[in-house]
Design a protein around this ligand. Structure first.
Ligand SMILES: Cc1cc2nc3c(=O)[nH]c(=O)nc-3n(C[C@H](O)[C@H](O)[C@H](O)COP(=O)(O)O)c2cc1C
Length: 486
């Protein structure tokens, strides 16, 4: 497939390759999709740890060196390389991991966030003129502004955010564009915004010598037209469009509206209230893309008929050769799918965020109950921790997947710890960067995918794998003839 260079000002892509954390949609996948003329999206989730571990695992190659040379502050590059490449890691040894973030993170942690996001976006944008976006989870609050700054220095074209209501992001993008500092109140459980500490980020140390920043387009990931309207109304800046994610999509899902009811597999039941009113959505006058279960040209055609500008696809890309998923796991799933249907469950307990989360049932992963039971509970990456106030007003952090005793001691509700999964360590293992523990055990992976997982069979088609461009080619025939020339 030839490399095309869309003019961002004149048209929208018909296909968005969905952001998939942790590092499933890495720079390689996003670059392949962008080179093919569609929107490639890197995941920014935990990208500081990903970058630190990649440095320890792979060192610095020529491509990375060229990108690092473009970062405006060479002293930060030197410091990060010193921290993570100066001591050689044994192939089976533990990774040195960045300190967990708090509202009082050290400047070094912030520097690493800015550099890591810059590198991921710059690598994804290298060698073509296509569009690259970054995906962040609204719930993961502490790293967000620094990551946006790094991504903008690298010229990111789109920011896509869901898993929460990102009303404050458009304003942040505008302030960063102007080089202004950003102050955000920390979201805390049981504390009103007025009493919450404010987290400050100053972009000026990174902007000396950097090209002037451009505001990327902002797409809110939403599950209902009501939420889309609220996002436009309540945001502190422009919302350029929406990704409408249906409950069949991979990753986290929006909970059903109204009272939560579960089926026989403990998965949430969605009903008519969860249906999106696409004519109301279209009346908002913004482009939108439909996500969740898009696996065929017919699905693309159906989305366009509902007024969508295009579709966002995750699962089909998660198993292509350019995906950041550990190749051993990727092939295990591809083989399992070839041999019969693989189950995908929607768990309301697995994610400590409280959002439903899709888990693939594959042997050797956390989706296997015996692997879950055997894993020692431990929280040392901490991206999904929630901030809470101690009785004396001190700010603490807790996660329902940490050791039960610690969570309860911090005021957490013990019932939330049941079946809670350490998504940070699990997903880090899925992209091949799992922590090695003192006893030599590697953290077990957890795989998420959409309900449509078994549809990858069409693309595999008796082979051992397929490319990102095969996904695009496969879906493309659902477009109008006039659009297929794009
Ligand atoms: C492995 C995987 C990880 C995902 N991680 C994220 C994420 O970090 N942030 C996000 O907004 N969506 C995430 N998603 C959702 C995708 O961006 C996309 O919207 C979804 O996969 C579309 O539905 P589909 O899986 O049926 O194609 C993830 C999906 C998958 C399959």
């Amino acid at each position: 497939m030839s490399v095309t260079t869309p003019d961002p000002a004149s048209r929208w892509p018909w296909l968005i390759q969905g952001g998939m954390g942790i590092s499933i949609s890495d720079w390689r996948l996003a670059r392949s999709v962008a080179r093919a003329g569609q929107l490639g999206v890197v995941s920014g989730t935990a990208i500081d740890t990903v970058f630190a571990r990649r440095l320890q695992k792979h060192g610095v190659d020529e491509r990375l060196r060229a990108v690092l040379a473009r970062f405006p502050v060479p002293a930060i590059v030197d410091d990060v390389l010193h921290q993570f490449t100066s001591v050689r890691r044994r192939a089976t040894g533990a990774y040195r991991t960045p300190v967990m973030l708090t509202h009082q993170s050290k400047q070094r942690s912030i520097d690493l966030l800015v550099l890591a996001a810059f590198v991921e976006v710059a690598l994804a944008k290298s060698g073509h003129g296509g569009l690259v976006g970054i995906n962040l989870l609204t719930k993961v609050q502490l790293p967000t502004v620094a990551l946006l700054c790094g991504a903008m220095i690298a010229g990111v074209d789109f920011v896509l955010m869901g898993a929460g209501v990102p009303t404050h992001i458009p304003g942040i993008l505008e302030r960063l564009r102007q080089g202004f500092g950003v102050s955000t109140p920390l979201d805390m459980v049981d504390v009103t915004v007025r009493d919450a500490p404010v987290v400050h980020f100053d972009p000026s140390p990174y902007l000396d010598g950097a090209p002037s920043l451009t505001r990327p387009r902002f797409l809110g990931i939403i599950s209902s037209n009501v939420l889309a309207a609220a996002l436009i109304k309540r945001s502190d800046g422009p919302v350029d469009g929406f990704v409408v994610e249906r409950p069949v999509a991979g990753g986290h899902n929006a909970p059903p509206r109204g009272a939560l009811t579960l089926d026989d597999h403990d998965s949430p039941i969605y009903g008519p209230r969860d249906e999106v009113d696409f004519s109301c959505l279209a009346e908002l006058g913004r482009p939108f893309w439909i996500a969740g279960g898009v696996t065929s040209p017919t699905h693309v055609r159906a989305a366009l008929n509902l007024g969508a500008t295009g579709v966002q696809v995750g699962t089909l890309f998660a198993y292509c050769d350019e995906s950041g998923m550990d190749p051993v796991l990727r092939h295990r799933v591809i083989t399992a799918v070839a041999n019969g249907p693989v189950e995908v469950r929607t768990s309301v307990r697995a994610s400590s965020t409280g959002y439903p989360f899709k888990v693939v049932s594959v042997a050797g992963t956390i989706g296997d109950p015996s692997v879950y039971q055997e894993r020692e509970r431990r929280c040392d990456l901490g991206y999904l921790r929630e901030a809470y106030a101690e009785p004396d007003g001190t700010i603490g952090y807790r996660c329902a997947a940490e050791p039960v005793e610690a969570y309860v001691r911090k005021g957490g509700d013990a019932s939330r710890t049941v079946d809670a999964t350490c998504l940070c360590n699990g997903l880090m293992a899925t992209c091949g960067l799992g922590q090695v523990r003192a006893n030599g055990n590697v953290e077990p992976p957890i795989i998420t995918s959409g309900d449509c997982l078994n549809e990858i069979r069409t693309l595999v088609d008796g082979r051992t794998g397929y490319h990102a461009t095969d996904v695009i080619r496969h879906l493309r025939s659902g477009l109008d003839p006039v659009m297929t020339s794009q």
